[in-house]
Design a binder for this molecule. Structure first.
Ligand SMILES: Cc1cc2nc3c(=O)[nH]c(=O)nc-3n(C[C@H](O)[C@H](O)[C@H](O)COP(=O)(O)O)c2cc1C
Length: 337
């Protein structure tokens, strides 16, 4: 048994794939082509539910299953308007892996999905959420640090590892946020992770449907450019999303300042201001991913974007990660002798 076999064992068993490397669901990006490519390369792909109309989502699930025999994860966004229909769909289709994302699922929802035979994975971006999800019956956690791309929490992966990974030995824990190399992945396995989850690195894969301009911006971006959306005042709460800063960020900052001024002058009601804040980013991810609008769209990316250097086929990304991880296990072993 190689060292990789030893460290991959837990995640392999849980996910039913060769390599416990998850390509995290990415709305608009994680469609059947990318998900199947990850599965066919030995990893675990996740289909993004986003706010996809339920009939289209069902067709995507079918298509993915035709394109790969590998197990896949179905990612549901609990705050999406279409979520109740997505939930009914996964229960009806009895899908083997369901991932709750966006916010927390209700305990009853976790129970219902588990009752169909599915394994349930829940995101945790802080200790209290991890504890709550385990209490609800999550079969595994995805511990996601604030370095990650997309909707993020406030705690970095390095702290979450100590708060959760080191303290919860019995449940498989997959870790993500800022990981883009096999060498780093190896250290996550050494610390006890069942697997790693990556988004940003796969977003620029050859098979990703993202627009060439979107991918090109990722390749050029520095880690420090992937920022979490700033909130200027607690009267106007902003959902934290990590994305590469662009003109939309600057406009959003100005919008918040303008709305706060109008609130102070009594020219606007708070709920109207909040509506304008929320409305600002509607459709922005689609605009960036599919239309290539890198100035006004939302370029969701993790700080790991600073480690992404080129467009590669998924199979090559997977091999790079697995080979580098294997070398790192051996290197570490050598230092311990
Ligand atoms: C463009 C983009 C869209 C994302 N959309 C989702 C999503 O729909 N559901 C979800 O659970 N996570 C989403 N994420 C998070 C990823 O699944 C993954 O957890 C994250 O990218 C890991 O951090 P990394 O970007 O540093 O690799 C998204 C990330 C990106 C970059």
């Amino acid at each position: 048994m190689t060292l990789s076999d030893r460290f991959f064992q837990k995640g392999r068993y849980f996910l039913g794939v060769k390599y416990p490397v998850i390509c995290g669901a990415m709305t608009w990006v994680s469609e059947p082509g990318l998900v199947a490519a990850v599965g066919n390369a030995g990893g675990f792909g996740c289909l993004a539910g986003g706010n996809t109309p339920v009939d289209i989502f069902e067709a995507q699930i079918e298509e993915t299953r035709k394109r790969t025999a590998s197990p896949i994860g179905i990612n549901l966004i609990t705050i999406a308007p279409v979520y109740p229909q997505h939930l009914d769909l996964v229960k009806r289709l009895k899908l083997p892996y369901v991932i709750f994302a966006g916010s927390f699922p209700r305990e009853k929802e976790v129970e219902q999905v588990k009752a169909t035979g599915a394994k349930v994975l829940c995101f945790a971006s802080e200790l209290s959420i991890a504890e709550r999800m385990l209490k609800y019956g999550a079969d595994a956690l995805i511990l996601e640090g604030s370095e990650a791309g997309g909707h993020v929490g406030y705690v970095s992966l390095i702290v979450l590892l100590q708060q959760v990974l080191f303290r919860v030995p019995d449940v498989p824990i997959f870790v993500g946020g800022g990981i883009a190399t096999g060498r780093m992945a190896a250290h996550m396995f050494l610390m006890g992770a069942a697997g790693v989850q990556m988004g940003t690195r796969f977003a620029v894969a050859e098979e990703s449907v993202a627009h060439p301009k979107f991918k090109e911006r990722f390749i050029r971006a520095k880690a420090r450019e992937a920022i979490s959306t700033p909130q200027y005042d607690s009267r106007l709460p902003v959902v934290a999303v990590r994305a590469i800063k662009n003109q939309a960020h600057r406009d959003f900052g100005r919008l918040q300042l303008d709305l706060l001024k109008q609130l102070e002058e009594g020219k606007l009601h708070r709920h109207e201001a909040q509506y304008k804040v929320e409305e600002f980013w509607v459709g922005a991810l689609r605009k960036a991913v599919l239309e290539g609008d890198v100035d006004y769209g939302s370029l969701m990316a993790g700080q790991s974007v600073g480690l992404v250097e080129r467009i590669q086929p998924v199979a090559e990304i997977m091999q790079d990660i697995v080979t580098e991880a294997g070398k790192e296990f051996e290197r570490v072993k050598g230092t311990l002798m």
